[in-house]
Design a binder for this molecule. Sequence first.
Ligand code: ADP
Ligand code: MG
Length: 551
Amino acid sequence: MSTIDGARLLAKSLKQQGVDFMFGIVGFPVQGIATYAQKEGITYIGMRNEQSASYAAQAAGYLTGRPQACLVVSGPGVIHAFAGLANAQQNCWPMILIGGASPTYQDGMGAFQEERQVELAKPYCKYAQGVERVDRIPYYVEQAIRTSKYGRPGPVYLDMPDDIIRGEMEEADVVTAATVGEPPRSQARPEDVEAALSALESAENPLVIVGKGMAWSRAEDEVREFIERTQLPFLASPMGKGVLPDDDPLSVGAARSTALREADVILLMGARLNWIMHFGLPPRFKEGVRIIQLDVAAEEMGTNVPAEVTLLGDGKTVVAQLNRALDERQWFFPAEAAWRTILQDKAAANAEQVAPMVDDDTIPMNYYRAYRDIEDWLPENAIIIGEGANTMDIGRTQMVNRAARSRLDAGSYGTMGIGLGFTIGAAVVEPDRPIIAVQGDSAFGFSGMEVETACRYGLPIKIIVLNNGGIGGGMDALPTDKPIPPSVLTPGAHYEKIMEAMGGRGFYVTDPADLRGALDEAMAFDGPALVNVCIDPRAGRKPQQFGWLTT
Ligand code: ADP
Ligand code: MG
């Protein structure tokens, strides 16, 4: 008779359930899980900080369409990884966190790294379970993976005590669980589909908002057909960008504030009326705006603004229903509508306003000038990771996304620190696509040590640090006569040397005339590279009509 231990049974169960990638940091008591994961054919990526590992796992989950794993040690390892659970929960992204735990027979004794992990994980995930018997591992893994990926996706947690990891059972007695299939895709009620189209037909200023729920449901073909047929103006959320190309003539991203404020009927697809969408309330939205809400989560319907029509179901399936229902109507939003002119004029005015900054070759550079070269240089099929304050916000408007799931950023939770975790996660699961991180200098600092991870695995990521020497802006030199202001970081810090020290290529750019050359050299290099671009510490965004977080 041969036996199997908990570590190997866990690795086998994960592999069976479609987990092909594991990001983590090993140590007591999880070392064996990582070793067996590799033996079972799971790609294991050893990271430098559990936060980054947990961010990498969720980026991998969002991009592959099924939960991927993060493996961490007990106590502090699990606590660090909660950052990723919370972020995945806010983004509605799947992932499975596996935490080692002190042995069950030492519960309450003050064991090494003993912590109330399952209890603490619960508020941050859809499902948290302590594994109390080796033979239950396949059962719990199936339940965790299914819960993570079905319905509104989210993170799950499995707690693996040392004695369960090392515990053994007869291999012949293992009861294999069913393999979790693709999420069932539910349809909206036919009368709601009709009501949605009637509401849109009755609109003077209609608008479609496309969120990352549509990217997750792989609805890009259906959404494209819907927009082509209805000719409705649309706006993407930050990570909904690319479901339809940003440079589609019907995109009104360049007139965002006006589109939101003046729209009278909005079809909200896989997006929430949270802070990112200014809660759907005045002054950012029209008083009494009529909302048609498409979401997979019934409890989301009506958050902040009551929905006139609810389309409850899977994004891909429901938009296909809308498209079929259009056959009977032959309706589209007329080309000569005044609404189109309002939006086009606003977009043109915005472009005109930033044009002088785009063409300003002053040293030190402003953001818009830096983004001019970056956007020209970006490959069509790149996955762009954006992180930082101005760097992310300006980058969202200046870098064009043309494919679904090609933008990852601070997201619904507004997390600084996702940068290199997301970048490495994307590089591991999408080896054929260029992976480009554009980060502020402050943002880079949260996960900068992961450049060692990228170098160790030879991941050809390209990192651009837009370095203004601070959080929101720095100083030309550190003060000697007063305390360093809280937001100030080292002026002109040489972050590219960290990359060089780990074996990658680094570039330091001060003159805009040198930027394109450095970017090209970085791209030509067959490994990780970092281009550190000095930005004027006083550079900012174009003036905004509304202050940040205006409600
Ligand atoms: P964004 O930041 O792009 O606005 P949010 O994360 O706020 O996106 O909202 C995404 C929404 O998409 C969530 O309310 C979630 O329930 C929903 N969603 C997730 N999966 C699907 C799906 N398969 N079909 C439709 N909606 C989905
Ligand atoms: Mg900065």
